[in-house]
Design a protein around this ligand. Structure first.
Ligand code: SAH
Length: 218
């Protein structure tokens, strides 16, 4: 029997096993992934591949992240139930949906109107009521709603994301891919409570770039 003959449950079980073996072991994170139907977030053409541990194309030339990277970044953020989380780069909304199951409120910013609208429809379909969306340049963060307990950036920042770090609570955590090239480093900034940060490099990653301004095209 080929993989594609398996039920969604079997495919999901296999995916979770793969994530676990790569170090995504937080039970709450795995549960959030298990209860978020990835096929809903992929394009029709790629639905068959939604349970594969790989990034897939979405509209506007962007990508839905690889489940392992989603799991790893979510785990690295150490989210508490009471947290208000800012996410930059809504894309398909897949990562947003997973964050929404772990946090109190998720604020998410996207520079493509089309992606934003599609993601909003998915949040509605899933009954996620703690997600607040914004069409805009996420590089500037969301000053009106700052400070945040946690910040996740799902597009590659060329260097230290200063504007975003300034919108983090003193003991907050920010996770972002940092780098200008095709391969970036996933970096975690943990606030020391006095305006400084402990910085850790977690793994090499490949993200689409964090671009300035909103997209002119739809
Ligand atoms: N978390 C997404 C991954 C999307 S890829 C998912 O799970 O599907 C990264 C996204 O960041 C793209 O949709 C891209 O348009 C968006 N992006 C890039 N630069 C941005 C910026 N300055 N502000 C907001 N979104 C941005």
């Amino acid at each position: 029997m080929s993989d594609t003959d398996d039920t969604p449950e079997t495919r999901m079980a296999r995916l979770l096993l793969a994530l676990r073996s790569q170090g995504v072991t937080d039970a709450k994170v795995l549960r959030a992934i298990e209860t978020t139907p990835r096929p809903l977030f992929t394009q029709e053409l790629f639905k068959e591949r939604a349970f594969e541990d790989s990034a897939l194309p979405i509209a506007c030339g962007q990508t839905i992240s690889q489940p392992f990277i989603v799991g790893l970044m979510t785990q690295a953020l150490k989210i508490d139930r009471r947290d208000r989380v800012l996410e930059i780069g809504t894309g398909s909304g897949y990562q947003t949906a997973i964050l929404s199951k772990l946090a109190r409120l998720v604020y998410t910013v996207e520079r493509y109107r089309t992606l934003m609208k599609e993601a909003e429809a998915r949040f509605k379909e899933l009954g996620l009521t703690n997600v607040i969306t914004r069409f805009g340049d996420g590089g500037e963060g969301w000053p009106e709603q700052a400070p945040f307990d946690r910040i996740m950036v799902t597009a590659a920042a060329p260097g230290e994301p200063k504007a975003l770090l300034s919108q983090l609570k003193p003991n907050g955590i920010l996770v972002a891919p940092i780098g200008k090239g095709p391969v970036q480093v996933l970096r975690r900034y943990t606030g020391d409570g006095h305006g400084g940060f402990q910085v850790e490099d977690l793994i090499d990653v490949r993200f689409v770039p964090l671009l300035e301004g909103v997209a002119k095209e739809l």
